[in-house]
Every structure is written in C-alpha cells, then in structure tokens.
Design a protein around this ligand. Structure first.
Ligand code: ADP
Ligand code: MG
Length: 418
C-alpha cells in the first residue's frame, strides 16, 4: 500500500488547497510505497516536561496526522526529535522516554524508545520494528553533530532509514543534521502533514491574501518583529501595533511614554517603517489609550490614560479600552488577519484585557485568520478561542522567519528534489 492510497485521500491536508501552496514541496503522497520500509520522521516533540511527565502534549498531538497515515500504510517509523538544549551532552532530565510514553497513550499503540541517537540501542530498536510500528530515537541534541550538521552524524542518521519525512515545522528554520543533513542524503524526502499545512497557510498570506489584509503585531521587542513588519508592509492594508513595541512606535512619533520599554536604537527603523507605510497607503493603528503601571509587577497600581498623556514614571503594560474598540473594528471586516505578539503583559490578569479583546475580535472575524508566535498562540488557547481561528501556527521562530521572507532551510531541503 502506498501512503497516497485512494482510501487515505480524505486524510490529506493538501489537495483542494494546493493552488496557494508551493507546488514544489513534496508531501506524503509523493513517498511511494512505504510498507515494510524504514521511514525517518523528523518531528517536533520539544514539549515542556514537569517532573518526568509531559506537561503539555500539543506538539505531540499535532504530529499524529502524519504518524497515523504512515502507520496505516505499513511504514516502520523511526521518529526523531530534539528536546531542550542539552548542547551535545546526555542530560538525564531531557531524555525522550516520557514523550514516547505520552505518544503511546495518544496512539493507543506501543512506541519503542532508544537510549541513544545513532548507537547500538538505536540500531537494535530500528531492526526490531515491524510494519506499521514506531520507535523514537533519543534526544537528537545529545549529539553535538545535530546542531553542527556534522557529516558523520548525518550519515549515521540517514543510514537508519530508507525515506525521510519532515514534520517539524518548529525546527524548519534550523540548518541541523536532522533537518537538512538527512534529506540531502536520503530520497525520497518529503514534508509531513503539519509542515505542509504550515507552509501552505503562510505562503497564502504572503502571496494571495483576501482583502482587507490586517496584520496585528505586538509582543516584547520591536527588534524581533522589524523583519516581519518590513516584509508585510507593502502587502497589508492595515497594520495594528500593540505590546511593548507600540511604545517604540509612539516614541518614534514624538510621544512621551514614561518608563515604558522603548528600544532607542530602533527609533530610526521605526520612523522608516512609518514613512514607508504612508507611501504605500497602509493604515497604521497605534494605541490611543493605554493601561499604565507604576512599576513592573502584577499587583502594581494601574491606570488607564490617553496615549498622549502618560504620566511621568509610569509604564505602559497594555492597550486601553478605547484602543481595544478601535482595533476590534479594524479587524472585524478583514478578509485576512495575521496576528503575532500579545497586546500587553497578558500573563497578568490586570494587563490581559487588550490581548483578550483582540483575541475575541480575531475569533469573531469571518476572514482567514492566522496566529503566529508562541505567546500569542498561548494567549488564544488560554482564552479558549483557538478553535475559532483558521490556523494557529506551531512554529514561533520558524513562522516569523517565513513571514520575513527568509527561505527556511528545512523547507528548501525538501523543495530541491533532483
Ligand atoms: P510571540 O511569542 O507571540 O511572538 P513575543 O515573544 O514577541 O510574542 O512577546 C510576548 C511577551 O511580550 C509576553 O511575555 C508579554 O508579557 C510581553 N509584553 C507585551 N506587552 C508588553 C509591554 N507593554 N511591556 C512589557 N512586556 C510586554
Ligand atoms: Mg514569544
């Protein structure tokens, strides 16, 4: 049976949506017959652990579509992932056994687990796999060769399989052995369901967004998001700014922003962006009122003030109620929304109203809505609104780089088929 078997067609995330996807990116349908073959599958199981247990299994769940299809097709799956930052050494608390345990519970199936990455244990595990069975290699980053994309290590990894699937969108911006080294050595090399869906959605945002296209950018640092804003600027109709970075924008416009976080060395970049936005006819929305605190603490004294009347010695930690209404109105009729970065310190209830208000507006919007960014995604989930959003991206850094217009090494490695 091939993975692309007609009986499985309904499980494909590609198909009808393919017109906006990158035609060159091969998927599971291009894998051919996999029954009885060892298929190396790069997944992103970089999950939070708490006392030896998986504290949040979202990333494991996101990989199940690919795993189930391959299992159904009879592949012998060799799963591989990194976890945390062991930096080339064995760190007991970063072993993947708890992840294998959780995956096994989710699948209702046994998951073999190796205690090394490419050593005796890994080889024994691979040899012991039957058709439709799966095993997990030990944490890739226990080997220094992973992050260094070392030839010997990549050879050894590639030697464990006869085909390669990358479903780790969250690692696609890293030129590591399991991301670029293996597909350079092993064909066929294709994208799994999650990676394909991510690339299709993000490509659609850049290439053919329904209008009006509204980008909402927030979060901690304007320096993290300048590349994205710059790449989106000529594509969007409206740019909505919140979070700490809004204060660098306000400061660039000459406002006095008290002790709010301002990146002084980025003021000129922001002025350039504002000038480009004006030339391009992009509506830029900045806060008209803000919630300020007398110091950076959850229980600080809190006030709501106009953005042009921020008191000396106070810092802005959220957008204010009038801004929330305006932003919600600018989001309401959008054909496409991209949201990256919370509107305030949403981790604290007192400063979460802006983020929650924007989350509700995005959820209520009938257009194509996408959340990128780890904290924004967490905020939408915390508000219980994730199901009302078209797509919540799983890759923080990877989605940012994609939206900056950077070619992701992990995607390029699959697209360049000989
Ligand atoms: P994402 O992960 O969605 O890309 P970022 O990592 O850029 O978002 O930013 C999220 C962080 O920004 C949160 O921890 C939040 O507390 C912080 N933040 C948002 N607004 C402010 C603000 N006004 N002052 C300080 N920190 C802020
Ligand atoms: Mg973040």
């Amino acid at each position: 049976m091939t993975v692309g078997d007609a009986a499985l067609a309904g499980t494909s995330l590609g198909g009808a949506d393919a017109e906006f996807g990158p035609g060159r990116l091969p998927g599971l349908d291009d894998l051919g017959a996999v029954e009885g073959r060892h298929v190396l599958v790069r997944v992103d199981f970089n999950v939070p652990l708490d006392q030896g247990r998986v504290a949040d299994d979202l990333r494991i769940e996101e990989s199940l579509a690919t795993i189930r299809r391959l299992r159904h097709a009879g592949a012998r799956m060799v799963l591989m992932s990194h976890l945390g930052r062991p930096e080339g050494a064995v760190v007991e608390s970063l072993r993947l056994a708890p992840v294998a345990q959780r995956l096994s519970e989710l699948l209702g199936d046994e998951v073999a687990v190796a205690t090394d990455v490419v050593g005796d244990s890994a080889r024994r595990m691979v040899e012991g796999l039957g058709d439709g069975h799966l095993g997990l290699l030990e944490n890739l980053r226990f080997e220094a060769g992973e992050e260094a994309n070392d030839d010997t290590f990549a050879d050894a990894l590639a030697g464990l399989g006869q085909a390669y699937v990358n479903d780790a969108f969250g690692a696609a911006h890293r030129a590591h052995a399991s991301v670029v080294g293996v597909p350079a050595r092993l064909r066929p090399a294709v994208a799994g369901e999650l990676l394909r869906a991510e690339v299709e959605v993000l490509s659609r945002l850049l290439a053919s967004p329904e209008r009006p296209f509204v980008a909402i950018l927030g979060g901690a640092k304007v320096s993290d998001k300048l590349g994205v804003i710059s790449n989106l600027l000529e594509r969007v109709d409206r740019l909505i700014v919140g979070g700490a970075m809004a204060f660098t924008f306000l400061a660039a416009r000459g406002y006095d922003v008290g002790t709010s976080r301002v990146e002084e060395d980025r003021l000129d970049d922001v002025r350039d962006l504002l000038a480009r936005a004006e030339d391009a006819g992009v509506e830029v929305h900045l806060p008209i009122d803000v919630a300020v605190a007398d110091h950076f603490a959850e229980d600080a004294d809190r006030r709501e003030v106009p953005a042009d009347a921020m008191p000396d010695g106070w810092m802005g930690l959220d957008i204010g109620p009038d801004t929330i209404s305006r932003y919600a109105a600018a989001i309401g009729d959008a054909g496409t929304v991209l949201w990256n970065g919370p509107m305030g310190v949403f981790e604290w209830d007192a400063f979460s109203a802006g983020t929650n208000g924007v989350a509700r507006a995005v959820a209520a919007c009938d257009g194509f809505t996408v959340i990128g960014g780890g904290d924004s995604a967490a905020a939408v989930r915390k508000a219980g609104l994730a199901a009302q959003v078209s797509h919540v991206s799983t890759g923080g850094g990877a989605s940012l780089e994609f939206l900056e217009g950077v070619d992701l090494p992990g995607v390029a490695a699959l697209a360049q088929q000989d």
